[in-house]
Design a protein around this ligand. Sequence first.
Ligand SMILES: [Mg+2]
Length: 222
Amino acid sequence: MLGLPGGITALLFDLDGVLTDTAAVHAKAWKKTFEDEGYPFAKADYDTYVDGKPREDGIRDFLASRDVHPSADEIKRIGDIKNALVQHLIRTDGVEAFAGSIRYLEAATEAGLRRALVSSSHNAAEVLRVTGIDRFIEERVDGAVRESLGLKGKPAPDTFLEGAKLLGVTPEHAVVFEDALSGVAAGRAGGFYTVGVDRVGQREALKAHGADIVVDDLGELL
Ligand SMILES: [Mg+2]
């Protein structure tokens, strides 16, 4: 059903880059934030160290790759700058939902599959609302929920496991949809069938990090 293996009853969707075209917004905000701090930041740095992870972990992992080890206060300062920039970009540039993702969510809803959002973002609720995707989403595990429950972020599987729990299913009955290398690694670590969504030409890397299949767009599965 819907391009998925048998026995699947629940779907766990990442937000940025899977349902909405916001991964580009995050990449732009990270680049400006790090470069304003004096650290050149390439596309590969975004994919390898930052994409999909909680903000603080992304900052720590990227700067560690430059042998820089900031304090918790310093990490928070940089993170606040980046978050303010993302919110500014979302409000000025707007957010688009991928048409293929909307069609997929409609088909999944009609088919009676359960649906949760599992995102590291602290802006997920607003993005769901402004794009209208909230009408398809039954449960949400976002950055705020992760912090309040003390869960580890992606690439740890904890937030996906929480999403499955909220939908009342075990991992073998749920699918993870992810565009980040950290995200497909989290899906694999949780024992989920994992669909990699390749928006930027990193098909082989998504497979290497744990995707069972890779698509360019969710519409391909319909
Ligand atoms: Mg993503």
